[in-house]
Design a protein around this ligand. Structure first.
Ligand code: ATP
Ligand code: MG
Length: 201
């Protein structure tokens, strides 16, 4: 094949690709608030959610965050986003007790936390809500899945919600518009490298 034949083939192939992509873009003509679920065992769930949060803030949107499991309070995202004027940041997992395994106590903590989320889900001034690690209270039965699904469904039509955490329940994935499962192929921690600022926290 000559160089010009190769160039022509390439041109035709790219032209076809462009037509397919343009048609797909033209078909997607609706606007609506999205429900996204980021789940799986691989790294990248919360950091992806906070990446979308940065995008939203860049567009002047208002963002609410609820963290359901209080891991560490020294994360870069918390330090950074709490300083932004369009951000409301709630830590709702303060009272969960891995130590005592007290179901009644944990259910009550989760219920009070969900009331905070309900307030945001009824407030159209929030353009995006990040429910970080929400899958755990669902998995452990601290929150009622049907209640959560119902509240998500009746939120303002243009409000986006991003939910992160391992083991997202099937019914939650069914209700979502976009679901991504992070696959754990390799993680530095298993090679003995401690969590690194800017990457892991
Ligand atoms: P990130 O916040 O980095 O996006 P994540 O939200 O996907 O991670 P979590 O299960 O919430 O994952 O865990 C948070 C912390 O655990 C981070 O420091 C992350 O690097 C680390 N981590 C995530 N996945 C793994 C894994 N598969 N093995 C070891 N450590 C992990
Ligand atoms: Mg996470």
């Amino acid at each position: 094949m000559t160089d010009s034949e190769r160039a022509e083939r390439y041109r035709v192939r790219m032209q076809r690709k462009k037509e397919v992509i343009d048609a797909a873009i033209a078909r997607a003509d609706r606007k609506q608030g999205l429900l996204l679920v980021l789940t799986g065992n691989g790294k990248g769930k919360s950091s992806s959610a906070f990446g979308m949060m940065a995008r939203a803030l860049g567009h002047g949107m208002r963002v609410g965050v609820a963290q359901f499991i209080k891991g560490r309070s020294d994360t870069g995202e918390e330090a950074f986003f709490r300083k932004q004027e369009n951000v409301v940041w709630h830590v709702l997992g303060e009272g969960f007790t891995w130590d005592t395994q007290n179901l009644e106590h944990d259910t009550e903590t989760a219920r009070l936390g969900w009331e905070v989320v309900q307030t945001m889900l009824r407030d159209p001034s929030f353009d995006l809500i990040v429910l970080d690690e929400l899958t755990y209270p669902l998995k452990f039965g601290w929150l009622d899945l049907q209640q959560v699904l119902g509240d998500l469904k009746s939120r303002p039509p243009m409000q986006h919600v991003v939910i992160t955490g391992r083991g997202a329940p099937e019914a939650l994935c069914d209700a979502a518009d976009t679901v991504t499962e992070m696959t754990d192929i390799k993680h530095a921690f298993r090679a003995g490298i401690q969590a690194q600022s800017g990457i892991d926290l």
